[in-house]
Structure formats: structure tokens, C-alpha cells
Design a protein. Structure first.
Length: 266
């Protein structure tokens, strides 16, 4: 028998070595709390949006359905401020972030843009858009696109700190966020009938307008909050830069039929 030792098949002595470890991101799924079989974690503070999406007199969602539709996202990233793209825009905010946490995806990368109007613009609403790219065990590159809208008045140092988010019937969301379409039945009066002229979500019935059917998949509304931590020395070529914290919460009426992971976390 050959003596035991650090030798390969040719009898050569192998020298000890240390192999480098591959880098790993920190877990982005919900870190605490009990395991909820076949459900995701319900988002807080979403009951306020029920009478908007489901006005009195229309079929009302059960508490379990409200929990199923609840959606939240929290992310941290980098923002930069630049000039407006058009003559009626005072400035443009761009931001992108690391994988954030959500109750509807194990991780979500985000990228957003927001525009502030000039004082002479015909519309004094703040508009924007966010793209959320998901990463899950069985899916990658799934994308959820949401619009931002809201009135001026929440600005800190000229940057908005609170807006509303809503689903866009013409959005190009994909993967588990791609729904059965805005024609089940038609959702042409969303979000037009669900926001007033000041950019605040209100029940269509309070405006004397008809609501859309509650069976429309991918109708959603909620709030988004921003916190800015400016750099001591802004990034060259910008009007300002720094760290941004983004928090979204609200309701999304989605079917779940397009999600391979829905049976696991919802």
C-alpha cells in the first residue's frame, strides 16, 4: 500500500494553498418573521387605498385579498440631479440602486427618473417613472414599471419627498408582473378617473365618474417616499448627488398566473 500523504496520482507532492472565495451579495429576502405557507408578507398601511381602487358600491376585496394585493419595496441607491429635459421642467432626478427588499420578489433592482415643473409650466404636477427588475430562484429579468405623480409641496432642498405611484395600463412590465392586459375588461379610465387635477388619488365616485371593473389585473396605486442624503462634494457635472432611500407601498391587483414563484411566496 502507498503511504498516506498529499500526493496526486503521479506521486508528486501537492503544496498546500488557499483558494479565494467568490463574492456573494447579502440576502435580499425578508430576513425576519414566521414562514407563511403559500403567502407573502402583507405590506403595512395599505388599507387607505382600498376605497380608491374599490369604491363603495363595487365588489369589495376580502381581508385575505387585500393582504395578497399588498405590495412594498425598500431600496437604497445613488441619485443625481440635472437640468430639465424640456422647457417646462426645472430639473430632472435620476437614481439607481442595489438589490432592495420586497414582499413580492426576493430582490429588486431599481432605476427611476423624476421631473420637477418650472413655476410657469401649465401643469404643476411632479411626474416620474420607476423600473424594478426582479431576481428570483426560478426567474430573472422580470420587470415591473410604475408611474409617479403628485403635487408640489413636499420638496426638501428642491427635491420631492413624497409622491403617488400607479400602474400604467400601457406599461411594458414582464415576467410575473406582465398581466393579462388592460382589456379584461377595458381599463381606459384608469388612472384618469382615479386622480384629481391636483395629482391626488381619489375615488372615481367622489368625482361623479364611473370606476373601472375591479377585475382589471395590474391596477394599482400607492405612495412612494424618498429620503436624500447629499454628498459633501456633488458628483462633477451634476446639480447635486448623494444617497437616496426609496420606500413604496400600496395595492396591486395582479393575477399571479404569470409567476412561477407565486406558489412559494404568495
Amino acid at each position: 500500500m502507498k503511504p498516506n500523504g498529499p500526493r496526486d496520482r503521479r506521486g508528486r507532492i501537492r503544496r498546500p494553498s488557499v483558494e479565494s472565495l467568490e463574492s456573494r451579495d447579502l440576502p435580499a429576502s425578508h430576513p425576519l418573521g414566521p414562514t407563511l405557507k403559500s403567502m407573502h408578507y402583507p405590506a403595512p398601511n395599505v388599507q387607505q387605498f382600498v376605497p380608491i381602487l374599490y369604491p363603495p358600491g363595487t365588489p369589495q376585496p376580502t381581508p385575505a385579498e387585500v393582504a395578497r394585493e399588498s405590495f412594498d419595496f425598500k431600496g437604497v441607491g445613488h441619485y443625481s440631479v440635472g437640468p430639465g429635459r424640456f422647457s417646462d421642467q426645472a430639473l430632472t432626478i435620476h437614481a439607481y440602486g442595489k438589490p432592495g427588499t420586497s414582499n413580492q420578489s426576493r430582490r429588486l433592482h431599481f432605476q427611476l427618473v423624476i421631473t420637477e415643473p418650472t413655476s410657469t409650466a401649465s401643469s404643476q404636477l411632479v411626474y416620474g417613472n420607476i423600473g424594478l427588475v426582479a431576481g428570483n430562484y426560478l426567474q430573472n429579468a422580470a420587470e415591473l414599471n410604475l408611474d409617479f405623480v403628485g403635487p408640489r409641496g413636499t420638496e426638501v432642498n428642491g427635491l420631492p419627498t413624497q409622491l403617488y405611484w400607479l400602474s400604467d395600463a400601457n406599461s411594458s412590465s414582464s415576467g410575473p408582473f406582465a398581466e393579462t392586459g388592460g382589456a379584461f375588461p377595458a381599463a381606459s379610465n384608469f388612472p384618469t378617473n382615479y386622480f384629481n387635477a391636483q395629482g391626488v388619488p381619489v375615488s372615481p365616485l367622489s368625482q361623479g365618474l364611473p370606476p373601472t371593473s375591479v377585475n382589471n389585473w395590474d391596477l394599482g396605486v400607492g405612495k412612494v417616499k424618498f429620503k436624500y442624503i447629499p454628498d459633501a462634494h456633488p458628483q462633477p457635472g451634476t446639480l447635486g448627488s448623494g444617497k437616496i432611500i426609496v420606500v413604496l407601498y400600496g395595492l396591486r391587483n395582479y393575477s399571479g398566473a404569470q409567476s412561477q414563484i407565486d406558489k412559494n411566496i404568495n
